[in-house]
Ligand binder design. Structure first.
Ligand SMILES: [Zn+2]
Length: 127
């Protein structure tokens, strides 16, 4: 993933600070610790960027979670139905299971995308 550093993709996939990409925005790195899936630090410990631009800033990530979720569902569909040749009912079941298991990741990626829409990467930051 290091080759992506400096691009928005790096911050989106790793959940790092959108401005300096040196530190995770999330309190716990593991998204499957469900109590802290969406717990975020208030500011970046490296560059002091405030993540919550305004009080309900991350509600907007909801809109991003639909296309992100749809991407996971589509990938599961292609794999099950087109690649492995499962029937539609089995494919549907697999998609439901995949969505449930991927939910913490979908929620985080949505937040990462959302904040990266508004916050530019700060190339001049020396760290
Ligand atoms: Zn930072």
């Amino acid at each position: 993933m290091a080759f992506l550093k400096g691009t928005k993709l790096y911050s989106i996939f790793t959940g790092t600070c959108p401005a300096c990409q040196n530190e995770s925005m999330f309190l716990k790195k593991n998204p499957y610790k469900l109590k802290s899936t969406l717990k975020m630090k208030e500011r970046c410990g490296v560059c002091n960027t405030k993540y919550k631009i305004e009080p309900s800033f991350f509600y907007g990530a909801m809109y991003v979670s639909y296309p992100v979720g749809l991407t996971f569902a589509t990938a599961a569909f292609i794999l099950c139905y087109l690649v492995f040749g499962l029937d539609l009912i089995s494919t549907y079941c697999v998609i439901v299971v995949v969505m449930l298991f991927a939910l913490p990741i979908i929620l985080r990626i949505s937040r990462n995308i959302w904040i990266n829409i508004f916050m530019p990467y700060n190339k001049g930051h020396l760290h």
